[in-house]
Design a protein around this ligand. Structure first.
Ligand code: ASP
Length: 320
């Protein structure tokens, strides 16, 4: 059975061969060479999808990647798919696929924090972790996964928490889904309800979904800038609170039928529904008909892009 490694770029594929600073240059074949343990796990096949740093990923490219992985799911020889990806926006692409892929074949994202020219690069061990997770019998039905630093996380929960350290991917509150013990995957959580699978028309996908983090005494111009947006996602303070300066601009967007999707800027926890009543509290968010998101801001935006593109925001978010 085949394990297909789809390489997209990022630090795992980066070298300094072209001059100053490292850049993605290595092919999928380069990434899997010199990892003999991979051969004990499965027959490895590689596919060079792109060679870009992940901040260059667009919504269109995420869609193209999702289509590529769907095609692999239709190949009966493919037992698992590994996507190597830059770590910076890995959680966004992985979650995009979680919401659009819907296949049976396990899909595991991975990458590296230390490029191959440094001491102790982490790409090879992360590839091994992903391979072990992808071929494990219990990987199926758990949605798109992210394997990093010998831990396995669900795309929905995982987030990058450190800018440079190898132990950068965490699932706040819930913890990892699985860990590698020696060469085995030990699953720490039961299967959860899977994310809905959306089937957008590519032409309806837009990056005109804005996302902002609410700050003290926020300048209302930041909200007004969403006047021609397809939707606005915002990460409110605490349990769903915003300064008075942005309340009226948000009502203006509501009056213009621009969907508003709120989450918290706290790394853990969700929005309150009925505790506070001050102007700018969760009571105001309800008056604004905000959708309440349990996801972090960057993943809220991915879901909103797909929700707008399929006219199904209400199937992705509650509107209390
Ligand atoms: N530092 C990034 C990485 O870890 C660059 C990127 O996201 O492509 O791969």
């Amino acid at each position: 059975m085949v394990l297909e490694v789809v390489s997209t770029g990022g630090t795992i594929a980066s070298t300094g061969d072209s001059g100053s600073g490292v850049e993605p240059e290595l092919s999928g074949d380069n990434l899997v060479a010199d990892i003999p343990e991979l051969e004990d796990i499965a027959d490895v096949r590689t596919r060079d999808f792109s060679n870009i740093p992940s901040p260059h990923f667009s919504i269109d490219r995420m869609w193209e990647l999702s289509q590529t992985v769907r095609k692999l799911d239709a190949d009966p020889d493919v037992e698992g798919v590994i996507v190597t990806h830059g770590t910076d926006i890995l959680e966004e692409t992985a979650y995009f696929l979680d919401l659009t892929y819907g296949g049976e074949t396990p899909v595991v994202f991975t990458g590296a924090m230390r490029n191959p020219s440094l001491q102790s690069p982490d790409g090879p061990v992360n590839l091994l972790t992903s391979a072990r997770a992808a071929v494990d019998a219990d990987a199926r039905g758990r949605g798109v996964l992210v394997a990093f630093n010998e831990r396995v996380h669900p795309a929905r929960d995982v987030t990058k928490v450190h800018s440079t350290n190898v132990d950068t991917f965490r699932s706040p509150e819930s913890g990892p889904l699985g860990v590698i013990d020696e060469t085995r995957v030990t699953w720490l959580r039961r299967r959860e309800e899977s994310s809905p699978t959306l089937d957008p028309d590519a032409a309806q996908l837009t990056n005109a979904v804005h996302a902002v983090t609410v700050t003290a005494d926020m300048n209302p111009a930041q909200i007004r800038a969403a006047g021609d947006a397809a939707a606005l996602c915002f990460a409110a303070t605490g349990a769903g609170h915003i300064p008075p300066s942005i309340v009226d601009p948000l009502f203006d967007l509501k009056d213009d039928d621009i969907p508003l999707i709120a989450t918290t800027r706290c790394p853990e926890g969700r929005l309150a529904r009925r505790t506070y009543g001050f102007r700018g509290s969760e009571a105001t968010l309800k008056e604004l008909d905000c959708y309440f998101s349990p996801l972090n801001l960057q993943k809220t935006r991915i879901a909103a892009v797909l929700g707008v593109g399929t006219d199904s925001l209400e199937s992705l978010f509650e509107q209390p």
